[in-house]
Design a protein. Structure first.
Length: 411
């Protein structure tokens, strides 16, 4: 008992304190509950509001993504068509370029033929080595072929440059199309994401602005520029192909016209040379006949001159013998006069015959020299005729040259 006496008595409250404490506690609880109800009500409103806002924002974003997917799909399809058109145009331009290359290569044989003909005709001899119409036309032919090659070579250079431009644009369009496909796949994946998707996650600073980001106008302008540039260059390529085909047709037509002019000059020259050959052969035959006749006449003149010697010797002997008549018998009688006249007549005949012999021999020499010249000229003309005939045989190869239509038919 003594132990209990050692504890102090606890503080005791009055009944009023107790009641007051209960009232405060109840009042506080009610206020807190009212506040909690208000918080719950506000929280419900906020939850509903934020849920709706989040759902609407997500829906709006999905709609924007769908619109963006539509825009990208539209441009992807447009660029894909542009790419196919570029590929087709590049293919057509390459084919046309191949046609020009074939046309350029096809001019080598005509050039070789023209040079070969010029070489043949340089082998003409004497006065047949003339600058005639054939030579003029052959030189024009060479110049036409050279001009044709220059035109075709220019078209080849232009087509090469245009091909490079088209291929560069094709690379740009392909790269743009690849980027569009990548972006379309990414946005499609983003559009298909839902709150329950398994690939969701929080990322560090996803709202950051990338350094190379562009605005929609710039984005559309980039693809629009590629499309417009492609269409512009394809139009230029089409016009270039038309010009290339026209060049093939025109140059081939010009060359064929020149071949016609050259062949006409050859035929005309062959006719002239053939006439000259026939004329010289006729002149040669006549000259040979005349030489033979004149040679016989020279022989007869010589025989005739020789035949005058015996009569002259008879006259001389008679005159000499009659000088031996004695005395008055040495008379200048009629026989004496006649013998003197006879000697003079025979000498005059010898003189005339000798003059005629000299003239005949000179004429014979002239005829022989003329015959040599005719023979030489005839040989030269026959050689010229043979050379031009060889040229015409060589030029038969020109018939194998393809026409302009054949050169471009594969285009």
């Amino acid at each position: 008992m003594a132990a209990f006496g050692s504890f102090s008595n606890p503080t005791k409250f009055t009944v009023n304190d107790w009641k007051t404490s209960n009232m405060v506690m109840s009042s506080t609880a009610e206020r807190q509950m009212d506040a909690s109800v208000q918080v719950r009500q506000q929280s419900t409103v906020l939850r509903n509001t934020t849920d709706n806002k989040t759902a609407w924002t997500q829906h709006s974003t999905s709609s924007d993504l769908a619109d963006r997917i539509g825009d990208i799909t539209l441009w992807r399809n447009t660029l894909n068509r542009t790419k196919e058109e570029l590929q087709n145009e590049i293919k057509h331009l390459k084919k046309t370029r191949e046609c020009v290359e074939k046309a350029f290569e096809a001019k080598q044989v005509p050039m070789d033929i023209a040079f070969e003909c010029q070489g043949f005709r340089e082998e003409r001899d004497g006065n047949d080595l003339v600058r005639d119409e054939v030579e003029v036309q052959l030189q024009k032919e060479v110049e036409v072929i050279e001009g044709t090659n220059n035109v075709l070579l220019n078209k080849l250079n232009e087509s090469y440059e245009q091909l490079c431009v088209l291929q560069d644009i094709h690379q740009l369009v392909t790269a743009d199309l690849t980027d569009k496909t990548t972006a379309l796949n990414l946005d499609t994946d983003c559009h298909e994401l839902e709150n329950s998707s398994g690939t969701l996650g929080l990322h560090k600073d996803p709202t950051r602005i990338m350094r190379n980001i562009v605005n929609p106008d710039t984005w559309e302008a980039f693809s629009s520029h590629n499309k417009d540039k492609s269409e512009t260059e394809m139009k230029l390529s089409v016009r270039l192909r038309e010009a290339m085909n026209q060049s093939i047709l025109q140059t081939t037509s010009d060359l064929e016209a020149q071949w016609t002019a050259t062949n006409y000059a050859f035929r005309k020259r062959l006719h002239e040379v053939e006439q000259a050959v026939r004329e010289l052969e006729w002149q040669k035959g006549n000259t040979e006949s005349e030489i033979a006749a004149l040679e016989k006449e020279v022989d007869r003149l010589k025989e005739c001159i020789a035949a005058k010697v015996p009569p002259l010797m008879v006259a001389h002997t008679r005159l000499e013998e009659r000088t031996k008549r004695p005395n008055v018998e040495l008379c200048r009688d009629t026989p004496q006069y006649q013998l003197v006249e006879e000697v003079g007549q025979v000498k005059e005949s010898q003189h005339l015959l000798q003059e005629k012999l000299v003239m005949a021999e000179q004429t014979l020499g002239t005829l022989q020299r003329n015959l040599e010249q005719i023979t030489s000229d005839l040989a030269a003309k026959k050689q010229s005729l043979s050379l031009d005939q060889q040229c015409m045989q060589v030029r038969e190869k020109l018939k194998d040259h393809p026409s302009g239509e054949e050169l471009i038919k594969t285009n």
